[in-house]
Write a protein of this length. Sequence first.
Length: 113
Amino acid sequence: MAPNRSLQIDKSGSSITIKLPNAIRVKGLVAIEQQIVSALTSDIKQVLLDFSDIQNVYSILLTLLVRFQRKVKMMGGTMELINMPSECARQFVELNLDKVFTITLCDEEDEDD
C-alpha cells in the first residue's frame, strides 16, 4: 500500500485544486476538513478535487464530499471531481453519485473497453 500522502492545495485565481491523500481516516478527517475549509475563501468559484491518488471510495470520503459541495454551493461556486480512476468512477455510478457530482476521469485509458 502506498504511504499516506498529505493534502495538497493549489490556488490559481478564482480556482482551487485540492489533491486528496490516498487514505482518509476518521482520525485525520477533522484536520483535512479544517485545511480545506480554511482554503475556501470567498473569491474561490471553482473547486477541483483531485482523485488521482484515491483507490477506493469509503463512506468517510463521501461524507467529506457532501459537506464540501454544500459549502461551495453556498459560496456560489462549483465543485468537480477530477482525475478519478475508472474503478472509483464505477463505485460512484453504482451509488448514483455520478448524478450528484461532476466527475472527470483520469487520462489513463480504460483497459476493459
